[in-house]
Design a protein. Structure first.
Length: 138
C-alpha cells in the first residue's frame, strides 16, 4: 500500500481502504456514472488500480486507473466531494495518479466532457471525440 499525506488529507492506493458507500454516493452525483449500479461499481474497482482521497477517516475523493502496465493507462472516475473542491485536492489526486511509477512513462488517456482546462495542466490535449491523451516515452 502506498499512502500520500498533506495536512489532514491522505491518498491511498489500496482497495481495502475504499469506503464503497462513499464511492457509490460520489459517482451517483456525477454525470458519467450516476446510473451505474453497485455491482458494476464493485467490478470496476476490482479490475482497476484505485486511489482514495480521505479527509481524516472520511473518504472524500476517488479515481481509478485501468492499465495493462505496459502500453496504456486510462484515468477514470476521478471525483472529489463538492464540499472539498477548490482546495487543490483534485489537482493533488490527479498528480499522484499520473505520476505513479507503474505507468508514468506509458500512454495515458482519459475521456471527459468537462474540465478540459484542468487536465491540460497535466499535459493532456483534446480532440473532437473529447478524448484526451498524454503521451510520454512510449
Amino acid at each position: 500500500m502506498t499512502m500520500y499525506s498533506k495536512d489532514n488529507y491522505y491518498i491511498y492506493d489500496e482497495r481495502g481502504k475504499i469506503q464503497l458507500d462513499k464511492v457509490e454516493s460520489l459517482l451517483r452525483k456525477s454525470y458519467w456514472a450516476n446510473e451505474r449500479d453497485i455491482d458494476t461499481i464493485k467490478l470496476s474497482i476490482n479490475n482497476s488500480v484505485c486511489f482514495s482521497l480521505f479527509y481524516k477517516e472520511m473518504q472524500i475523493g476517488f479515481g481509478r486507473v485501468v492499465t495493462d502496465f505496459a502500453t496504456v493507462a486510462y484515468l477514470s472516475d476521478v471525483i472529489i466531494d463538492v464540499k472539498y473542491r477548490r482546495k487543490g485536492l483534485g489537482k493533488w489526486l490527479v498528480g499522484v495518479m499520473l505520476n505513479e511509477p507503474r505507468w508514468a512513462n506509458i500512454l495515458q488517456i482519459l475521456v471527459t466532457d468537462d474540465a478540459h482546462s484542468f487536465y491540460e495542466k497535466f499535459g493532456f490535449t483534446s480532440n473532437k471525440q473529447l478524448m484526451s491523451t498524454k503521451v510520454t516515452n512510449i
